[in-house]
Ligand binder design. Structure first.
Ligand SMILES: Nc1ncnc2c1ncn2[C@@H]1O[C@H](COP(=O)(O)OS(=O)(=O)O)[C@@H](OP(=O)(O)O)[C@H]1O
Ligand SMILES: Nc1ncnc2c1ncn2[C@@H]1O[C@H](COP(=O)(O)OP(=O)(O)O)[C@@H](O)[C@H]1O
Length: 200
């Protein structure tokens, strides 16, 4: 619902000024991929490296969001769309705060990922496709959810009876089987350095 009595207030301190004292270019590292593909593991490992380098980061992932802000949302297409919409808005606020924000959600629909991309400025959205074959994710099955989905105990499970639309032109695509987590982290940090996100 639009409220015409709400007026946007410009801030005295802007995004560039906030980012400048952090020696970094704010951005969203948007991890997407199937359940069990490795999003959370890699996002955590990348955040650790950035943190050790003195960068100001924040990781948004499934547990902290679906247990709090998005408590009550399930896994219908409609709820997933709303889940990503809210996460996108939160990520945008972190970018405005000058941070490097990492997000680790399946985010199965191209439309919603593109919508988040459109919320921020060019270059501020880095789509990281964690491309792990379904068979490998299903074999890993760290939470036993694929087993439950195959047995019909969970409905609308991504890759089983709910779609996953792979990114068409992600900034970074990682084939996350037959590669070590350390090597993946190296590739992502290398991208950030080459593209000028880390000033020191
Ligand atoms: N039906 C169904 N489909 C997919 N995933 C399910 C489902 N039910 C529960 N889970 C668990 O929830 C995690 C995915 O939540 P997300 O918020 O990332 O999903 S989405 O982006 O809204 O599609 C996902 O976590 P990850 O394994 O870390 O991806 C699962 O552990
Ligand atoms: N490059 C990799 N090689 C081997 N195992 C991996 C790799 N990346 C992640 N894993 C493992 O895969 C499983 C799922 O990873 P997780 O980060 O929980 O995935 P997601 O967040 O996408 O559901 C975990 O047991 C993790 O240790």
């Amino acid at each position: 619902m639009l409220n015409e009595n709400i007026v946007f207030h410009p801030h005295h301190v802007n995004k560039e000024e906030r980012a400048a004292i952090k020696d970094q270019k704010p951005c969203i590292l948007w991890f997407t991929g199937l359940s069990g593909s490795g999003k959370s593991t890699i996002a955590n490992a990348v955040e650790s490296v950035l943190h050790k380098r003195g960068k100001h980061t924040y990781l948004l992932d499934g547990d902290n969001i679906r247990m709090g802000l998005n408590k009550g949302l399930g896994f219908s297409d409609e709820d997933r769309i709303e889940n990503i919409r809210r996460i996108g808005e939160v990520a945008k606020l972190f970018v405005d705060a000058g941070m490097i924000v990492l997000t680790a959600f399946i985010s199965p629909f191209r439309n919603e990922r593109d919508m988040v991309r459109s919320l921020v400025e060019k270059g501020e959205f880095i789509e990281v496709f964690i491309d792990t074959p379904l068979e490998v994710c299903e074999q890993r099955d760290p939470k036993g959810l694929y087993k439950k989905a195959r047995q019909g105990e969970i409905q609308n499970f991504t890759g089983i009876d709910s779609p996953y639309e792979a990114p068409l032109k992600p900034e970074i695509a990682i084939k996350n089987d037959k590669i070590s987590v350390e090597e993946v982290v190296r590739q992502i940090i290398d991208h950030l350095e080459t593209k000028g996100y880390l000033y020191a």
